[in-house]
Write a protein that binds this ligand. Structure first.
Ligand code: UDP
Ligand code: MG
Length: 305
């Protein structure tokens, strides 16, 4: 019999882990496979770990890994994937925003031969502003990155062993799963589901962390921002030359022209801004190189079962 591993990152999910487990159990019976649960406690400060210990005592198919502190969802995903022993894995959130009822049909597609079965949510019930902003972000990011990133496609998906091993071969420190999933390719199938609101607790995303996440998406997949810097540099230099030429011609035709305060100040401010912006971009890349070269572990385990 084949084995299915369910990987669930949890950060402060004391209110949801039990509900998740009960809900998931209902549907696991429908799958003709041995199921193992791998919960990753990403350094929760509440009673998540206690709940997981209890679950693991009751049910031998429940395993957990507990981090020494909060390392972020990407690290939790990586740990779960590394510890999964199944022929396929499902990555799913603990807050039931990813309905476990989809897992049996994901499994069916896996049996049909798909390597990635992706669950895509529509955005019904979400705030208008957030919907619009995400929409814009995806339009923008797809212009910038080499891989295609689709709106509504999150981390909820099934991966075959082959796809999973491919993913694990990418050992980079700065992980941007959305991009990595798309980068590996393989035979993909997308299924849709209705947007679910979180059952308990709150989302861990603040506007700032979303912004940072967006930045990661752009910067961790290619060097287009650096290209943009080069082209803007060329453009600005070109206009600079033209301006100098015009000024010179003026000088020979009409003599010295004194007022120049406004043009000088605007040039300083504008060019200063552009230079800082691109220095920042270069800095981001250097920072990434810095983190990669340190080769630090992506997470530290405090306890596991
Ligand atoms: N999560 C995690 N580490 C973190 C933040 C979140 O493991 O640092 C988990 C969280 O417990 C949940 C999933 O990642 O199972 C998605 O988090 P959340 O619901 O906050 O994000 P959203 O659904 O709003 O995108
Ligand atoms: Mg959520």
């Amino acid at each position: 019999m084949k084995k299915l591993s369910i990987v669930i990152p949890c950060y402060n999910e004391e209110q949801t882990v039990n509900k998740f487990y009960e809900e998931a159990q209902k549907f696991m019976k429908l799958i003709p496979a041995v199921v193992e649960y791998i919960f990753i406690d990403d350094g929760s400060r509440d009673k998540t770990l206690e709940q997981l210990r209890k679950l693991a005592d009751q049910d031998s198919s429940v395993h957990y890994i507990s981090f020494s502190r909060n390392f972020g969802k990407e690290a939790a995903i990586l740990a779960g994937f590394q510890y999964a022993s199944g022929d396929a894995v499902v990555l799913i959130d603990a807050d039931l925003q990813h309905p476990p009822s989809l897992i049996p049909s994901m499994w069916e597609y896996y049996e049909e031969g798909y390597d990635q079965v992706i669950a895509k949510r529509n955005r019904i019930g979400e705030k208008f502003v957030r919907r619009k902003l995400t929409n814009l972000y995806y339009k923008f990011i797809n212009r910038l990155v080499d891989v295609t990133i689709t709106d509504g496609v999150g981390d909820f998906r099934l991966l075959s062993r082959q796809a999973l091993d491919a993913l694990l071969k990418m050992t980079e420190y700065n992980r941007f799963s959305k991009g990595l999933f798309s980068w590996i390719g393989f035979h993909e199938k997308t299924i849709e589901y209705d947007n679910q609101l979180r059952i308990e607790g709150t989302s861990k995303w603040s506007f700032g962390s979303l912004l940072n996440y967006g930045m990661d998406g752009i910067l961790s997949f290619n060097n287009k921002p650096l290209r943009i810097a080069i082209y803007s540099g060329m453009g600005i230099t070109f206009f600079g030359f033209i301006y100098i030429l015009i000024t010179l011609i003026n000088y020979f035709l009409h003599g010295v022209e004194t007022p120049g305060y406004f043009t000088t100040i605007s040039a300083i401010i504008l060019l200063g801004g552009i230079q800082l912006l691109f220095l920042g971009i270069i800095g981001e890349y250097i920072g990434r190189i810095y983190y990669e070269t340190k080769r630090r572990p992506q997470y530290l385990i405090k306890e596991k079962k």
